[in-house]
Design a binder for this molecule. Sequence first.
Ligand SMILES: *Cc1c(COP(=O)(O)O)cnc(C)c1O
Length: 400
Amino acid sequence: MNLEYYNKYPDEHGKFGKFGGMFTPEVLMPAAEELEKAFNSLFYTDKFQKELNLLLKDYAGRPTPLYYAKRLSEKLKCKIYLKREDLLHGGAHKINNTLGQALLAKKMGKKRLIAETGAGQHGFATAIVGAFFGFPTEIYMGAEDVERQKYNVLRMKLLGAKIRTVTSGSQTLKDAINEALRDWITNVQTTYYLIGSVVGFHPYPLIVREFQRIIGKEIKKQILEKENKLPNAIFACIGGGSNAIGAFYDFIEDQSVDLYGVEAEGKKNDPNMTGASLNLGTNGVFHGAHIKVLQDKYGQIKTSYSVSAGLDYPGVGPEHCFLKEIKRLKTGMATDEEALSAFNLLSKTEGIIPALEPAHALAYLVKIADKFDKNDIVVLNLSGHGGKDLGIVQQFMGDL
Ligand SMILES: *Cc1c(COP(=O)(O)O)cnc(C)c1O
């Protein structure tokens, strides 16, 4: 069966089925349209591709290896390959997107970058490209997050970015989003708003997906070189969903390849302590798009929770909502404990300390590994390195 997916989504209204769209204040519509036009006319040109690919290669460190994890494969009794996004500059896949959007901003003649960040990982990746291109860069961050994420705040400041501490509401990511949008409305002529995942209103889910697709393109080429066939399954963690859609996208029409998106369950069986919006959320509007979101019965957005900061987002990108609805995407969850145990497993069997986000994807693979037999090929997208998480891991595991 041919899904005929690629030419259909998103449609001209930025919709993936009923998900996505542009639920923005009217004053932002011209800016969103300008962005869409600029992206469509620049991104697909040879010139842009050449420039971006050179940056991805020499500055960010692409292509990343697809590494056969032999000892882990023996333990889980299937053939596991790790896509090593953890080896990129900045320690995660986020640089694929921030480099791409900053190059776009430069071509559009914008003079300044703004972004919001929860845990600080996207703020850090934005501060890197702000310094690289010489853009004044301001990062909106909730006061509570500024307090919790001192190390990332320091890294952003060292790179020359200004931190705008947001003290309204819950003083976390959703309030930072509101403030960043307010800034964009005021300064839309000069300012580029750099969103960090496949979330927000159209055209962002499309733009970020296109910048992250390089992950799956490389996986396809590399696995065909190594195994001469496509994998049986690909696993990735989902916060907003950018590393996952990046890894999955070029396989969507290859229906023999199962796609597994893994969310943070957080504390076991506690609906108030979770980040799993695709699994546990309901339909609603958040960040300018119709998506699955964690909300209360009045439609107020709940504060999400996960041991891993990058999965601690109350919504999830519209394309994932749609892929789940049409049953092309399988979803799973892993708790804090399960992720920490997978973190331990990968560190000790492969000598690779993963970020806690992809440790969730590995944890879910561990849970369902007996679905696969020993010749089945499974690719796990290792979206980031664990250096940033050592403090939290130590809190949970105590002195080792
Ligand atoms: C931010 C982050 C994530 C979650 O974001 P997605 O958009 O879902 O990819 C996952 N892994 C790492 C290492 C991150 O830094």
